[in-house]
Design a protein around this ligand. Structure first.
Ligand code: ADP
Length: 190
């Protein structure tokens, strides 16, 4: 099984690119953001717990997302692998993922990182707010908190996977098709 991670700041285009990647490479898409939003929409206890954290632009606790991922691995569909999107987002989550995969005799295949400059993050999220109506996209101070959280808690993961020789960065600027082309060129190597 392949376990690829789609990495990048909020608004880098992970969700958009994931859609074609899962089709092209027969992967199961696991987006912790999307899973959390469906828990919120369904009004589950987990959703209620996550709602205020997400809407303030903070991360939900590591154990919550780790549990969601572990249960999806346990009921693995007939696919060539998984595409993790929005997970891991902290060093602790990256370590938990390594432990989960080790138990299964598996390991992370590759980290595909979509990089865009900070100014573009805010622009893209402002544009998405007009289309998708996500509560955490609406207010500039919440978006700024997500960008700060990304730099403080998520960016250190780059060093973690670089040390393991698994980190690969692509330029996330340009059209959707241009970025997709760069991702395919990379994915075809694994
Ligand atoms: P984006 O990539 O645009 O920030 P996501 O849809 O990936 O959006 O995530 C939305 C929110 O869900 C995050 O800001 C965070 O509050 C929560 N979330 C998603 N994934 C995780 C995670 N792995 N750990 C903690 N919180 C998460």
């Amino acid at each position: 099984m392949k376990y690829s991670i789609l990495f990048g700041p909020p608004g880098a285009g992970k969700g958009t690119q994931a859609a074609s990647m899962v089709e092209n490479y027969n992967l199961c898409h696991l987006s912790t953001g999307a899973l959390l939003r469906s828990e919120i929409a369904a009004g589950t206890p987990l959703g209620l717990k996550a709602k205020s954290l997400i809407e303030a632009g903070n991360l939900v606790p590591d154990e919550v997302v780790e549990g969601m991922i572990a249960s999806r691995f346990a009921s693995a569909p007939a696919v060539a692998g998984f595409l993790l999107d929005g997970f891991p987002r902290t060093i602790a989550q990256a370590q938990a993922l390594d432990a989960m995969l080790k138990e299964r005799g598996e390991e992370v295949t590759a980290v595909v990182s979509i990089m865009i400059p900070d100014e573009m993050i805010a622009q893209r999220i402002a544009h998405r707010a007009t289309i998708e109506g996500r509560a955490d996209d609406a207010a500039p101070e919440i978006v700024q908190n997500r960008i700060d959280t990304y730099h403080q808690k998520t960016e250190p993961i780059i060093g973690y996977y670089s040390a393991a020789g698994k980190y690969h960065e692509i330029d996330g600027t340009g059209t959707i098709e241009e970025v997709a082309g760069r991702i395919s060129a990379l994915m075809n190597k694994f």
